[in-house]
Design a protein around this ligand. Structure first.
Ligand SMILES: Cc1cc2nc3c(=O)[nH]c(=O)nc-3n(C[C@H](O)[C@H](O)[C@H](O)COP(=O)(O)O)c2cc1C
Length: 156
């Protein structure tokens, strides 16, 4: 199995950490914050955060920007957000571009809803209460299993 590490910024409600732990459980990968991440020796890196003002968290983006050029190391991304990604609110595209510019081979992505108390939703007690829920965690695990199998096939 590809040796994997997950770099996750989850500051609002711990929503993305829940997903990171589910994926990490399948991939047998440690989940670390950007400040503690050392990618040496890992074949694949997962990058995840909540979505803030239409983008992945700035700590996560700054971490990717600080990395040296990669030699095709595998990467995947995951996010939780109050609103789903649409053609108008594409948040993955820019991180994928940044990762590819840094020399990563981006092999997959996952996103689901997360409890969101960003204004103006705060006024109504937030939206997506209880998310990510058990179904989201099950989907995240299925994503990780698929990723693991695809990457391992690629290595054979
Ligand atoms: C300041 C702020 C800005 C946000 N901006 C967006 C946004 O642009 N789009 C979206 O879908 N959700 C947005 N959200 C909701 C978060 O993406 C969502 O709550 C996410 O699950 C938080 O993840 P975390 O608990 O792992 O940090 C925002 C939340 C906050 C607090």
């Amino acid at each position: 199995m590809a040796k994997s590490i997950i770099v996750c910024t989850s500051v609002s409600h711990g929503n993305t950490k829940k997903i990171a732990d589910a994926i990490g459980g399948v991939l047998d990968a440690p989940v670390v914050a950007p400040a503690a991440a050392d990618l040496a020796g890992y074949d694949m890196v997962g990058f995840g955060s909540g979505i803030y003002f239409g983008s992945f968290h700035s700590d996560l983006r700054a971490f990717v920007e600080s990395l040296p050029q990669q030699d095709g190391r595998k990467a995947f991304l995951f996010a939780t957000s109050g609103l789903p990604e649409t053609r108008l609110t594409r948040f993955s595209g820019r991180l994928i571009e940044l990762l590819e510019d840094t020399g990563f081979d981006v092999v997959g992505g996952f996103s689901c809803r997360g409890f969101d108390t960003f204004l103006p939703f705060k006024l109504v007690g937030g939206i997506r209460k209880g998310r990510p829920d058990e179904d989201d965690v099950t989907s995240a695990r299925a994503f990780a299993e698929h990723l693991r199998d695809a990457v391992d096939l690629d290595r054979e």
